[in-house]
Design a protein around this ligand. Structure first.
Ligand code: MTE
Ligand code: MO
Length: 161
């Protein structure tokens, strides 16, 4: 009896862990901390951009403009991106500890001509194991080093003190 109870409790725990949904957070200089699950991302507008991989092959990535995600968190973009707000940066953190840095202005298409996206698909397929569920895709760079995979958090901060 007790054994059965313990066994079923264990199964519930394992099921919970297995079904835990991945999410990405936006924290720091935001009007509210944003936590987006895969289901939330799925509902947002998608665009496709091309990225050349480290072996020189081109791929089409589809996902959400990072600007839309920042806007949902109430980050200062568009007309608000002037003066001291131009000293803000965005640190992007990944599940494997990899981190990359951007000026906030690089992620705002009011200033930058390149659309940085948080991709969920590559070449019309879900991202491969270990590279998803969310990959930042930064078009127009010499190497895909800032196109970091397994993104978990965007941290917006003032660079100046
Ligand atoms: N999370 C995470 N993203 C990462 C890396 C990493 O180590 N961890 N390496 C980067 C580097 S240095 C390169 S060159 C590209 C390689 O991406 P590709 O396999 O699509 O060419 O991933 C980038 N994204
Ligand atoms: Mo790299």
């Amino acid at each position: 009896m007790i054994k059965n109870l313990i066994a079923s409790a264990l199964l519930v725990c394992i099921g919970y862990v297995a079904s835990a949904q991945a999410y990405v957070q936006v924290t720091g200089e935001v009007s509210k901390t944003l936590k987006l699950y895969e289901a939330d991302i799925a509902k947002m507008n998608k665009v496709s951009v091309s990225l050349t991989d480290k072996d020189g092959k081109d791929h089409s990535y589809t996902g959400v403009p990072v600007l839309d995600i920042l806007n949902n968190a109430g980050v200062t973009t568009g007309k608000q991106l002037h003066g001291e707000n131009l000293t803000k940066y965005v640190l992007v953190k990944c599940a494997d500890g990899y981190q990359v840095l951007f000026a906030l202005a690089e992620m705002d298409t009011a200033l930058s001509k390149k659309t940085i996206i948080l991709a969920t698909r590559a070449d019309d397929k879900p991202l491969p194991e270990g590279k998803g569920p969310f990959r930042l895709v930064v078009p127009g760079e010499g190497r895909p080093a800032r196109s970091c995979f397994q993104v978990v958090e965007f941290i917006v901060k003032f660079a100046k003190d």
